[in-house]
Design a protein around this ligand. Structure first.
Ligand SMILES: Nc1ncnc2c1ncn2[C@@H]1O[C@H](COP(=O)(O)OP(=O)(O)OP(=O)(O)O)[C@@H](O)[C@H]1O
Length: 231
Protein backbone atom coordinates (compact mmCIF):
# COMPACT_ATOMS: atom_id res chain seq x y z
CA UNK A 1 0.00 0.00 0.00
CA UNK A 2 1.51 3.35 -0.95
CA UNK A 3 1.18 6.21 1.51
CA UNK A 4 -0.87 8.89 -0.20
CA UNK A 5 -1.44 12.00 1.85
CA UNK A 6 0.93 11.19 4.68
CA UNK A 7 4.51 10.01 4.53
CA UNK A 8 3.69 7.24 6.99
CA UNK A 9 0.32 5.64 7.67
CA UNK A 10 0.34 2.75 10.11
CA UNK A 11 -2.92 1.10 11.12
CA UNK A 12 -3.61 -1.59 13.66
CA UNK A 13 -0.01 -2.76 13.80
CA UNK A 14 0.53 -5.83 15.95
CA UNK A 15 4.00 -7.28 16.49
CA UNK A 16 4.49 -10.31 18.72
CA UNK A 17 7.62 -11.93 20.04
CA UNK A 18 7.00 -15.49 21.28
CA UNK A 19 3.26 -14.77 21.28
CA UNK A 20 3.65 -11.64 23.44
CA UNK A 21 2.46 -8.44 21.72
CA UNK A 22 5.14 -5.74 21.86
CA UNK A 23 3.19 -3.47 19.50
CA UNK A 24 -0.51 -3.85 20.16
CA UNK A 25 -2.90 -2.36 17.57
CA UNK A 26 -0.70 0.70 17.12
CA UNK A 27 -1.80 3.57 14.85
CA UNK A 28 0.67 6.18 13.61
CA UNK A 29 0.57 8.90 10.98
CA UNK A 30 3.40 11.19 9.93
CA UNK A 31 2.82 13.94 7.39
CA UNK A 32 5.18 14.69 4.57
CA UNK A 33 7.99 16.89 5.80
CA UNK A 34 6.93 16.53 9.43
CA UNK A 35 9.49 16.01 12.22
CA UNK A 36 8.14 13.56 14.80
CA UNK A 37 9.92 12.23 17.88
CA UNK A 38 9.10 8.97 19.64
CA UNK A 39 9.91 8.44 23.30
CA UNK A 40 9.22 5.40 25.42
CA UNK A 41 10.66 3.42 28.27
CA UNK A 42 13.35 0.87 27.59
CA UNK A 43 11.75 -2.22 26.06
CA UNK A 44 8.57 -0.40 25.01
CA UNK A 45 9.08 -1.35 21.36
CA UNK A 46 10.65 1.76 19.80
CA UNK A 47 13.35 -0.10 17.87
CA UNK A 48 10.85 -2.78 16.89
CA UNK A 49 8.59 -0.13 15.35
CA UNK A 50 11.52 1.55 13.62
CA UNK A 51 12.70 -1.74 12.12
CA UNK A 52 9.23 -2.33 10.69
CA UNK A 53 9.13 1.20 9.22
CA UNK A 54 12.61 0.65 7.76
CA UNK A 55 11.33 -2.47 6.00
CA UNK A 56 13.70 -4.69 8.02
CA UNK A 57 10.90 -6.74 9.59
CA UNK A 58 7.86 -7.81 7.59
CA UNK A 59 6.59 -10.29 10.22
CA UNK A 60 3.68 -8.32 11.64
CA UNK A 61 -0.08 -7.86 11.44
CA UNK A 62 -1.72 -4.61 10.35
CA UNK A 63 -0.86 -2.14 7.64
CA UNK A 64 2.25 -0.06 7.24
CA UNK A 65 2.03 2.42 4.36
CA UNK A 66 5.45 3.90 3.71
CA UNK A 67 7.07 6.08 1.07
CA UNK A 68 9.29 4.41 -1.51
CA UNK A 69 12.50 5.96 -0.20
CA UNK A 70 13.39 5.47 3.45
CA UNK A 71 16.81 6.01 5.07
CA UNK A 72 17.95 5.06 8.55
CA UNK A 73 20.71 6.37 10.80
CA UNK A 74 21.46 4.28 13.90
CA UNK A 75 23.11 5.04 17.22
CA UNK A 76 26.34 3.49 15.96
CA UNK A 77 27.32 5.00 12.59
CA UNK A 78 27.87 1.52 11.03
CA UNK A 79 30.47 2.69 8.51
CA UNK A 80 32.53 0.14 6.55
CA UNK A 81 36.06 0.52 7.97
CA UNK A 82 37.79 -0.65 4.79
CA UNK A 83 36.12 2.02 2.65
CA UNK A 84 36.94 5.73 2.67
CA UNK A 85 34.43 8.22 4.05
CA UNK A 86 33.43 9.29 0.52
CA UNK A 87 32.98 5.67 -0.57
CA UNK A 88 30.83 4.96 2.48
CA UNK A 89 28.52 7.84 1.61
CA UNK A 90 28.11 6.90 -2.05
CA UNK A 91 27.92 3.13 -1.61
CA UNK A 92 25.04 1.78 -3.71
CA UNK A 93 24.03 5.29 -4.78
CA UNK A 94 22.44 5.54 -8.20
CA UNK A 95 23.30 8.95 -9.64
CA UNK A 96 25.07 10.30 -12.72
CA UNK A 97 28.07 11.32 -10.65
CA UNK A 98 27.89 9.56 -7.26
CA UNK A 99 31.27 10.93 -6.14
CA UNK A 100 30.10 14.50 -6.68
CA UNK A 101 26.76 13.86 -4.90
CA UNK A 102 28.63 12.31 -1.96
CA UNK A 103 31.07 15.23 -1.87
CA UNK A 104 28.19 17.70 -1.72
CA UNK A 105 26.53 15.75 1.13
CA UNK A 106 29.82 15.67 3.07
CA UNK A 107 30.05 19.42 2.56
CA UNK A 108 26.58 19.83 4.05
CA UNK A 109 27.63 18.06 7.25
CA UNK A 110 30.90 20.00 7.39
CA UNK A 111 33.20 17.14 6.43
CA UNK A 112 34.27 18.00 2.88
CA UNK A 113 37.91 17.72 3.94
CA UNK A 114 37.42 14.13 5.12
CA UNK A 115 36.28 12.58 1.84
CA UNK A 116 39.39 10.43 1.59
CA UNK A 117 39.77 9.72 5.33
CA UNK A 118 39.27 6.26 6.83
CA UNK A 119 36.27 5.90 9.17
CA UNK A 120 38.48 4.73 12.05
CA UNK A 121 40.31 8.07 12.06
CA UNK A 122 37.08 10.02 12.74
CA UNK A 123 35.73 11.14 16.11
CA UNK A 124 32.36 9.78 17.25
CA UNK A 125 30.59 12.99 16.23
CA UNK A 126 32.27 13.06 12.82
CA UNK A 127 31.38 9.42 12.16
CA UNK A 128 27.77 10.19 13.07
CA UNK A 129 27.79 13.11 10.62
CA UNK A 130 29.04 10.79 7.88
CA UNK A 131 26.18 8.45 8.75
CA UNK A 132 23.74 11.37 8.35
CA UNK A 133 25.30 12.34 5.00
CA UNK A 134 24.92 8.73 3.85
CA UNK A 135 21.25 8.72 4.89
CA UNK A 136 20.49 12.06 3.23
CA UNK A 137 22.38 11.51 -0.01
CA UNK A 138 19.45 9.39 -1.21
CA UNK A 139 17.06 12.30 -0.64
CA UNK A 140 14.69 10.04 1.34
CA UNK A 141 11.05 10.96 1.84
CA UNK A 142 11.33 9.41 5.29
CA UNK A 143 14.39 9.60 7.54
CA UNK A 144 14.42 7.26 10.54
CA UNK A 145 16.82 8.22 13.34
CA UNK A 146 17.36 5.57 16.02
CA UNK A 147 19.00 7.27 19.01
CA UNK A 148 21.58 8.87 16.72
CA UNK A 149 22.93 11.23 19.38
CA UNK A 150 22.80 8.86 22.37
CA UNK A 151 26.51 8.05 22.42
CA UNK A 152 27.75 11.63 21.94
CA UNK A 153 28.97 14.11 24.56
CA UNK A 154 26.68 17.05 25.38
CA UNK A 155 28.47 19.64 23.22
CA UNK A 156 28.69 17.39 20.18
CA UNK A 157 25.05 16.48 20.68
CA UNK A 158 24.07 20.16 20.74
CA UNK A 159 25.91 20.80 17.48
CA UNK A 160 24.31 17.66 15.94
CA UNK A 161 20.89 19.01 16.93
CA UNK A 162 21.58 22.20 14.99
CA UNK A 163 22.91 20.24 12.05
CA UNK A 164 19.89 17.93 11.90
CA UNK A 165 17.48 20.84 12.14
CA UNK A 166 19.30 22.64 9.33
CA UNK A 167 19.36 19.54 7.12
CA UNK A 168 15.69 18.92 7.79
CA UNK A 169 14.80 22.52 6.82
CA UNK A 170 16.84 22.26 3.62
CA UNK A 171 15.70 18.78 2.52
CA UNK A 172 12.31 18.43 4.25
CA UNK A 173 12.09 14.68 4.64
CA UNK A 174 9.56 13.35 7.12
CA UNK A 175 11.61 12.43 10.20
CA UNK A 176 10.95 9.91 12.96
CA UNK A 177 13.48 10.37 15.75
CA UNK A 178 13.63 7.70 18.45
CA UNK A 179 15.22 9.06 21.60
CA UNK A 180 15.42 8.57 25.37
CA UNK A 181 15.97 12.29 25.82
CA UNK A 182 12.61 14.00 26.40
CA UNK A 183 14.03 17.51 26.04
CA UNK A 184 15.74 16.58 22.79
CA UNK A 185 12.42 15.25 21.48
CA UNK A 186 10.44 18.33 22.50
CA UNK A 187 12.93 20.85 21.13
CA UNK A 188 13.60 19.16 17.79
CA UNK A 189 10.23 17.74 16.80
CA UNK A 190 6.95 19.22 15.60
CA UNK A 191 5.22 16.50 17.63
CA UNK A 192 6.45 14.19 20.37
CA UNK A 193 4.76 10.81 20.66
CA UNK A 194 4.85 8.57 23.69
CA UNK A 195 4.95 4.80 23.16
CA UNK A 196 3.52 2.78 26.05
CA UNK A 197 1.65 -0.53 26.30
CA UNK A 198 2.29 -1.18 22.63
CA UNK A 199 0.55 1.96 21.38
CA UNK A 200 0.98 5.70 20.98
CA UNK A 201 -0.41 6.65 24.39
CA UNK A 202 0.11 10.43 24.25
CA UNK A 203 1.16 13.15 21.85
CA UNK A 204 2.48 16.66 22.51
CA UNK A 205 3.06 19.62 20.18
CA UNK A 206 6.31 21.57 19.97
CA UNK A 207 6.49 23.89 23.02
CA UNK A 208 6.34 27.62 22.28
CA UNK A 209 8.82 28.82 24.90
CA UNK A 210 11.06 27.73 27.77
CA UNK A 211 8.21 27.67 30.31
CA UNK A 212 6.08 25.48 28.09
CA UNK A 213 9.08 23.26 27.44
CA UNK A 214 9.60 22.75 31.15
CA UNK A 215 5.90 21.99 31.75
CA UNK A 216 5.74 19.60 28.80
CA UNK A 217 8.92 17.84 29.91
CA UNK A 218 7.19 17.07 33.21
CA UNK A 219 4.05 15.89 31.42
CA UNK A 220 5.98 13.52 29.17
CA UNK A 221 7.92 12.17 32.16
CA UNK A 222 4.53 11.61 33.84
CA UNK A 223 3.31 9.84 30.68
CA UNK A 224 6.36 7.62 30.93
CA UNK A 225 5.71 6.91 34.59
CA UNK A 226 8.92 8.61 35.72
CA UNK A 227 8.88 10.15 39.19
CA UNK A 228 9.77 13.85 38.72
CA UNK A 229 9.48 15.27 42.25
CA UNK A 230 11.08 14.19 45.48
CA UNK A 231 8.42 12.89 47.88
N1 LIG B 1 14.25 -10.52 18.13
C1 LIG B 1 13.57 -10.51 19.28
N2 LIG B 1 13.15 -11.66 19.85
C2 LIG B 1 12.43 -11.66 21.02
N3 LIG B 1 12.11 -10.54 21.68
C3 LIG B 1 12.51 -9.37 21.16
C4 LIG B 1 13.25 -9.29 19.94
N4 LIG B 1 13.51 -7.98 19.67
C5 LIG B 1 12.94 -7.27 20.68
N5 LIG B 1 12.34 -8.10 21.57
C6 LIG B 1 11.61 -7.68 22.79
O1 LIG B 1 10.64 -6.71 22.40
C7 LIG B 1 10.55 -5.68 23.39
C8 LIG B 1 10.79 -4.33 22.72
O2 LIG B 1 12.15 -4.24 22.30
P1 LIG B 1 12.70 -2.93 21.57
O3 LIG B 1 14.14 -3.19 21.30
O4 LIG B 1 11.83 -2.59 20.44
O5 LIG B 1 12.52 -1.86 22.75
P2 LIG B 1 13.05 -0.35 22.80
O6 LIG B 1 11.89 0.48 23.22
O7 LIG B 1 13.73 0.01 21.53
O8 LIG B 1 14.10 -0.46 24.00
P3 LIG B 1 15.45 0.39 24.28
O9 LIG B 1 14.99 1.78 24.55
O10 LIG B 1 15.99 -0.27 25.52
O11 LIG B 1 16.33 0.25 23.08
C9 LIG B 1 11.57 -6.05 24.47
O12 LIG B 1 10.89 -6.68 25.51
C10 LIG B 1 12.51 -6.98 23.77
O13 LIG B 1 13.05 -7.90 24.68
Amino acid sequence: MAARRGAVIVRDLVKRFDGRPVLDHLDLGIDRGEFVALVGRSGSGKSTLLRILAGLDAQHEGRAGLPSSVSVAFQEPRLLPWRSVGENVRLGLRADDPAEVARRALGEVGLAAHEKSWPLTLSGGEAQRVSLARALVREPQLLLLDEPFGALDALTRASMHRLVQGLWRDHRPAVLLVTHDVEEALTLADRTLVLADGRISAEHPRPGDERELSALRDRVLDDLGVETRAA
